[in-house]
Ligand binder design. Structure first.
Ligand SMILES: CC(C)(COP(=O)(O)OP(=O)(O)OC[C@H]1O[C@@H](n2cnc3c(N)ncnc32)[C@H](O)[C@@H]1OP(=O)(O)O)[C@@H](O)C(=O)NCCC(=O)NCCS
Length: 231
């Protein structure tokens, strides 16, 4: 299927609660209409492109951390790097690779709230405004999801949650395309969450696991309780 990403060339060093010293690099194949994607940890050198991406009002509206300056951007990138070090948050810059010699930032995708024995983690994502509508978010999410189940299912990861505000139709569509099934409405919780939200869940199954079939069990949905926005 054209929009299904694949885990690529990196060494997969992530482990629960352990520092990750080997860069994880994932790839999503090109489609007939869009270049291949490379997913890699954020670098401080990305700050200018990051702050530029955050000039978009829609991105600022739907994500929880408006970045107004290079200092904000560096702090945000440091937070992503600390997540890799702690082994509980795995944020990837998403780069489009129109040809082997060039790459440009087109988005962000993150797996967060990961802990050993915890059945659910959460994903978040955004795409820079000029790259929307060509499957960047859904292909990056599919790639991240395959990597996440491949590496954390054995440690207890049974499902991944995706939360969005109910009127974020594009995000709902990304969830559907990426097989995150609608689970339930999350009631509004003003002022942080003025409108109802949707909880979608992708459960570990034969199609999600790189290493074989898994068990879709029940567990506490910590991410749904926290109602953190997907950023
Ligand atoms: C949501 C977002 C990540 C989607 O990124 P993207 O790379 O354009 O996503 P994709 O191309 O993979 O898919 C987008 C889908 O939404 C659809 N879509 C876009 N705007 C829509 C709208 N207003 N109503 C319904 N569907 C919409 C597109 O048509 C596409 O579906 P299709 O492939 O069936 O045509 C991007 O719009 C964004 O970054 N928004 C701001 C930040 C944000 O909302 N992040 C998520 C927070 S929960």
């Amino acid at each position: 299927m054209a929009e299904t990403g694949r885990a690529g060339s990196g060494k997969h060093a992530a482990t629960y609660g352990q520092p990750v010293n080997t860069p994880v690099i994932l790839e999503a194949a090109a489609t007939p209409t869009a270049p291949a994607l490379v997913l890699r940890p954020w670098h401080v050198e990305d700050v200018a492109a990051l702050v530029e991406a955050y000039r978009d009002p829609d991105l600022r509206r739907w994500t929880s951390s408006p970045l107004d300056s290079n200092a904000d951007g560096v702090e945000w990138i440091r937070t992503q790097q600390q997540g890799w070090q702690a082994g509980d948050r795995f944020g990837f810059a998403v780069l489009e690779r129109p040809d082997p010699a060039s790459q440009r930032l087109v988005g962000n995708v993150v797996l967060k709230d990961v802990a050993f024995g915890k059945p659910f983690a959460e994903v978040g994502y955004w795409t820079v405004v000029h790259a929307r509508g060509r499957g960047v978010a859904s292909r990056a999410l599919e790639t991240l999801t395959a990597w996440a189940f491949g590496h954390f299912h054995a440690g207890g990861l049974e499902g991944i949650e995706l939360l969005h505000q109910a009127d974020n139709r594009a995000s709902c569509r990304v969830a559907q395309k990426s097989r995150y099934e609608f689970d339930r409405i999350l009631p509004a919780a003003p002022p942080a969450y003025p409108l109802d939200g949707h909880l979608h869940i992708r459960r570990a199954d034969a199609g999600s696991l790189q290493g074989g079939p898994g068990n879709a069990g029940s567990g506490e949905h910590a991410a749904a309780q926290s109602r953190e926005s997907t950023s």
